[in-house]
Design a protein around this ligand. Sequence first.
Ligand SMILES: [Zn+2]
Ligand SMILES: [Zn+2]
Length: 391
Amino acid sequence: MSGRALLMWDEAVTRYDFGSSHPMDPVRLALTMGLVRAYGLDKQVDVVAAPPAGDSTLRLVHRQDYVDAVRAASADPGAADASYGLGTMDDPAFAGMHEASALIAGQSVAAAEAVWAGEAAHAVNFAGGLHHAMPGGAAGFCIYNDAALAIARLLELGAERVAYVDVDVHHGDGVQAAFWEDPRVLTISLHEHPRLLFPGTGWPEETGAAGAGEGSAVNVALPAGTGDEGWLRAFHAVVPELIADFRPQVLVTQHGADTHFEDPLAHLAVSLDAQRAVQAACHSLAHEYVEGAKWVALGGGGYAVVDVVPRSWTHLVGIAGHAPVDPESVIPASWRDEVFARTRELGPGRMTDGRTVSWRSWDAGYDPADRLDQAVLAARRAAFPLRGLLA
Ligand SMILES: [Zn+2]
Ligand SMILES: [Zn+2]
């Protein structure tokens, strides 16, 4: 199936800005959109802006007292209430914080609505994927959980099965928490081991609330240093089988680019080429197992803001837009000029890290002494039997 995809974009999402000393520099969003345009992908997809999420939408996931606290901190950053995680090192308050956060959430919610209505099979919001925000608090650079809000909106519209696949280097804890008791939402997160990395959750034993929620969360806790082959092996050993069995009506994926070997905040060693391969795999899963190939793809973390994030998410837009960017292509000089003007850095020259991606299939067997295989086994053994699948 082809068909045009949506790319959600409003320049004002770059106002989601925690300040110059914070790693989540909004230049990563501006540079991504610049690279999308440099490749002409904005002509291959429909670029649309949605309004910010209103309170009744935010309340699908968040508590009103938290939304009120965000709004108060947004109006007066000096008065941010740290008991809500606001005005902290990770989530400093800034003027306009509520508006920028609600705008990002609005893009993800509108992406979900459009896909659900069949207006487009795929929709991308690379400004979204703010997966750490909790119902009653900010966490990990995330104010409103646009991923959870998009899913909650799908449920409100009548969806009975939504799958969420999160390949950010950090655990998708906020989304997991939002649907912990809800069998309609299957959350799958692959991330660096919680012993080593924020937020300290995402253990394989976290499989959903006892009772109805049992088996609705799946967590693959990867060893530090995991590279392309291990990361792809783990993804393919866990995700396709779950999606094939669950048959979601919509697939929502989060593509945090902080798994990359250049990322300063974590310790996996994944290349751009493997990130692109997982994006393409998610696209294929949508076509194979989701009626109408309904797919909402979100961004997420990613702190190598010049070298990695724009390339990774430009590939995502190309894949969703059925106009994939050739990894070998030389990046247009116009974009590298933009990079230099904005950052005084020299941007990357090609859309590849020069890696050839390959992995060993789980079906070919595993090695119980291998740490990566142990991580996969732990995830499968904890969650698969709860879903009626063989571990
Ligand atoms: Zn497609
Ligand atoms: Zn992350």
